[in-house]
Design a protein around this ligand. Structure first.
Ligand SMILES: *Cc1c(COP(=O)(O)O)cnc(C)c1O
Length: 400
C-alpha cells in the first residue's frame, strides 16, 4: 500500500496498516524461521551491534515477522489518533505484562490496581512483585474518590494498572478519569486492552502510557497461538529500557506464531462486529430466561458499569457471564449438555466458548474468596462466537 494513502476505515487498517513490503514480493508476510541474521562484513556486524545501522541480529531480539505483527497492532491502537507509538511482540500476554512491570518498577515502588484482574496478572502482582519489594495496592477503581485518597496517602505509587473490561463480571473502569488522576499524581498508567481490542476501545485516546494485550485472544482470533504485545507512547523508552528488559527476560515470540497473529488481525473488524452483535442478542435472551438469576454484560442497562462501557467502547464486546439459579450442580449439568458451544477456558476465538469457573478455573479457590470476586457457584462465563445467532441460541436453550 502507498504510504501516502490515508485509510478512512478501521477494517481497511486491519487488512493493510503496519504491513511491510517484502523484498522478494511475496504477497503474504513470510515466516522468518531463522535464529540469526548474517552480516556481510565484520564492520557491518559492528554497526548492527552498536545500533549505527538498523538490521536484525538474533531472533530473541526480534525478526521481521514479529516486527510486522507488533507494527500492525500499534497501528490499530493509534488508528485515527495523531500519535506515534512502538510495539514489542512477546511470547504471551504475561511476557508483555512482565516487560511492562520490570521495565518500569524498582524495589520500594508501589502499584495500584483493581480487584477484578486476569488471574495471571493478579498473581504476578501478589506472588512475584512483593518478593522484589514492590507492593501491590488494590482499590475499587470505579470509586474515584477512594482512588484519590489512596494516591494522596501513598506517594510511592509509581504505576496504575488498568484492565477493562475485566473478568468474570465484565466490570469496566473509566480510563479517562483514571488516566487524569494518574497524571495528576505523576504515575505511569498502563491498560490491558485484551477483552476490547483496539477496534472497540483505544486507551491511548485517554493519554495512557502503555497498552498491553494478550494477542492469544481476539487479535489472533482463532485460538492458534499464544502471544502478547506491549505498546508504549514513549518511543525512546520503548527502544531502550523496554527493549532491553524484553530481550533479557527472554519472552520473545517466534515467526510462526507472529504469522498466525497477522492473519487473524486482518479480519478483526468483521469478526468483532459479528461477535458483538451476537453477544448483545445472547445477553438479552439470557436475561429473559427464568432459570437465570443474573446476566453480567455491560451492554445491558442492568450492568453497573453500563455508562462507562458506552463512554469508552464502540460496543460492549463479546464477553459475558451469567448465574444459573441451580448452583454448582446446575452449572456442571448445563456444561455437559452443550452440543455445539465448546467447553473450554480462554476467549477470543471464532467459536462460542463456555466455562464454569466454580468447577474449573476456580475449583481450588475457597468459596468465600471466589464469591468476593463475583464467582458464584452457578456462574458461567461465555465468549460469544461468530456462528449464526440461531444456532448459539438453540444450543443454549436446549442446555438450559
Ligand atoms: C489471557 C489474558 C492475559 C494473559 O495472556 P497470555 O497470552 O495467556 O499470557 C492477560 N490479560 C487478559 C485480560 C487475558 O485475558
Amino acid at each position: 500500500m502507498d504510504k501516502n494513502f490515508s485509510l478512512q476505515g478501521f477494517g481497511s487498517a486491519s487488512v493493510h496498516a503496519g504491513h511491510h513490503p517484502e523484498p522478494l514480493h511475496a504477497h503474504q508476510t513470510p515466516i522468518y524461521a531463522s535464529s540469526t541474521f548474517i552480516f556481510d562484513t565484520a564492520e557491518q556486524g559492528m554497526k548492527r551491534f552498536s545500533g549505527e545501522e538498523p538490521g536484525y541480529i538474533y531472533s530473541r531480539w526480534g525478526n521481521p515477522t514479529m516486527t510486522e505483527a507488533a507494527d500492525r497492532i500499534a497501528a490499530l491502537e493509534t488508528f485515527g489518533l495523531d500519535l506515534e507509538v512502538m510495539g514489542i511482540l512477546h511470547a504471551s500476554g504475561m511476557a508483555a505484562i512482565s516487560t511492562l512491570l520490570f521495565s518500569n518498577l524498582k524495589a520500594g515502588d508501589k502499584v495500584l490496581s483493581h480487584f477484578s484482574l486476569y488471574g495471571g496478572s493478579n498473581e504476578i502482582l501478589f506472588k512475584i512483585l512483593p518478593e522484589l519489594n514492590i507492593e501491590p495496592i488494590i482499590v475499587d477503581l470505579r470509586k474515584l474518590d477512594e482512588v484519590e485518597d489512596v494516591l494522596k496517602k501513598n506517594r510511592d505509587i509509581k504505576l496504575m494498572y488498568l484492565e477493562t473490561p475485566a473478568n468474570p463480571t465484565i466490570q469496566c473502569v473509566d480510563i479517562e478519569e483514571l488516566s487524569k488522576l494518574g497524571k495528576k499524581y505523576n504515575l505511569i498508567v498502563a491498560c490491558d486492552n485484551t477483552f476490547a481490542t483496539p477496534y472497540l476501545q483505544q486507551p491511548f485516546k485517554y493519554d495512557v502510557d502503555f497498552v498491553v494485550h494478550s494477542t492469544t485472544k481476539f487479535l489472533n482470533g482463532h485460538g492458534t497461538a499464544i502471544g502478547g504485545v506491549l505498546i508504549g507512547r514513549d518511543i525512546e523508552f520503548m527502544k531502550t529500557k523496554a527493549t532491553k528488559v524484553h530481550r533479557l527476560l527472554g519472552g520473545n515470540s517466534n515467526g510462526f506464531d507472529a504469522f498466525l497473529l497477522i492473519q487473524g488481525i486482518k479480519t478483526l473488524e468483521i469478526r468483532m462486529d459479528r461477535h458483538c452483535s451476537n453477544a448483545m442478542e445472547v445477553a438479552k435472551y439470557l436475561e429473559s430466561h427464568n432459570s437465570i438469576e443474573k446476566v453480567n454484560y455491560s451492554g445491558l442497562t442492568s450492568h453497573p458499569d453500563h455508562k462507562v462501557a458506552l463512554k469508552q467502547m464502540r460496543h460492549p464486546g463479546a464477553m459475558l457471564s451469567f448465574e444459573l439459579k441451580s448452583g454448582i450442580q446446575g452449572g456442571i449439568d448445563f456444561m455437559n449438555k452443550l452440543k455445539m458451544c465448546v467447553r473450554t477456558v480462554s476467549l477470543g476465538t471464532v467459536d462460542t466458548l463456555l466455562s464454569h469457573p466454580a468447577s474449573m478455573t476456580h475449583y481450588s479457590v475457597p468459596k468465600e474468596q471466589r464469591e468476593r470476586y463475583g464467582i458464584t457457584d452457578g456462574l458461567i462465563r461465555m465468549n460469544v462466537g461468530i456462528e449464526n445467532l440461531q444456532d448459539i441460541l438453540a444450543d443454549l436453550a436446549q442446555a438450559l
